[in-house]
Ligand binder design. Structure first.
Ligand SMILES: Nc1ncnc2c1ncn2[C@@H]1O[C@H](COP(=O)(O)OP(=O)(O)OP(=O)(O)O)[C@@H](O)[C@H]1O
Ligand SMILES: [Mg+2]
Length: 295
């Protein structure tokens, strides 16, 4: 067993906050447990709730190197694990024309011709590492098989070179938008964390952290209005990233209240679909007419 990175749940929260990430107790607890148990952490949730940022902040908080495997449709072993540098191998074979096959083979299947991809790089890294497998649900099911193998015992076998075992286990964080269910087998190996839109109080703190110049009352209005928009069954609910962008916009405009005309003029920062824009404007107007906060 490796020495854990954190001694308590509180320490996780504090160090993440210092690294610019405000974690709820639930988030801090799951991170603490993943670290203690040496298990990968699977973080699932809608877009823009801080899944990727959690991995980045963890790396900053622990001084670890962040190695990122960005998943996409069609990603395969040669992009995720390793591949041989065929062009260079060919050149080497051509250059050593008089060499026998045995000799040439020993040469071209050596370290010098190996292109390590994120999974192999993370396993071989002797320094503290956070391995981020981002948007796992975008990869095909075959990729999950590979992840299971690698994350199961933290070793990789390259037939020509032998088995490479992790000298130091990376902290592994997988993210998913849940566009499809990940396999039971993969889930079983991970601790699971569902990240959702934060409670208003936490979101206000996030806004304060990112946009320190913004007036507190205005920050509160932004968060309240974003909360109302999230309750409207829009095609794409605004994420934390959009709340922060909106706050920045208001600061840049020097707005001092979030009145109807300001909202009208800046709603494009938060809502990215015409239909959402129309629906939100109508519902907000109705709310003003009825003199109540929507949502
Ligand atoms: N708890 C938090 N503390 C501070 N900042 C946060 C927090 N959560 C989210 N953010 C901010 O929100 C932004 C969006 O987060 P991030 O990119 O991690 O979202 P995501 O969940 O990975 O979304 P996607 O599914 O679209 O990739 C980050 O750049 C960060 O600035
Ligand atoms: Mg992300």
């Amino acid at each position: 067993m490796q020495t854990p990175l954190f001694a308590s749940v509180e320490e996780v929260g504090d160090r993440l906050a210092t690294a610019g990430y405000l974690a709820s107790t639930a988030v801090a607890t799951t991170v603490f447990l993943a670290d203690q148990l040496g298990k990968p952490l699977l973080v699932e949730g809608p877009a823009g709730v801080g899944k990727t940022e959690l991995a980045r902040a963890l790396a900053r908080a622990t001084g670890a190197e962040l190695i990122r495997l960005q998943c996409y449709e069609g990603i395969d072993e040669s992009r995720a694990l390793y591949e041989w540098n065929h062009a260079k191998q060919l050149l080497r074979i051509t250059a050593g024309r008089d060499e026998g096959w045995e000799q040439a083979r020993a040469h071209v299947f050596s370290e010098e011709f190996l292109l390590a991809r994120p999974l192999l790089t993370a396993i071989r890294n002797t320094e503290p590492t956070v391995l981020l497998v981002d948007e796992t649900d975008k990869a095909d099911v075959e990729m999950e098989g590979l992840l299971l193998e690698v994350l199961g015992d933290f070793q990789v076998t390259v037939p020509e070179l032998g088995t490479i075992t992790a000298a130091r286990r990376p902290f592994v964080l997988l993210t998913s938008n849940a566009t499809r269910e990940l396999s039971e087998a993969l889930k079983r190996r991970c601790l699971f964390l569902h990240l959702d839109f934060p409670p208003a109080e936490l979101e206000r703190e996030i806004v304060r952290l990112h946009v320190p110049g913004l007036d507190d009352t205005l920050a509160e209005s932004v968060v309240r209005l974003v909360g109302a928009l999230r309750g409207m069954e829009l095609r794409k609910a605004p994420s934390i990233a959009e709340t922060v962008d909106w706050a920045r916009t208001l600061l840049a405009l020097g707005a001092d209240t979030l009145d109807e005309s300001v909202v009208e003029a800046t709603l494009g920062v938060v809502l990215k679909y015409q239909a959402d824009h129309r629906k939100a404007t109508a519902e907000l107007k109705l709310a003003t007419v009825l003199d109540r906060t929507p949502g």
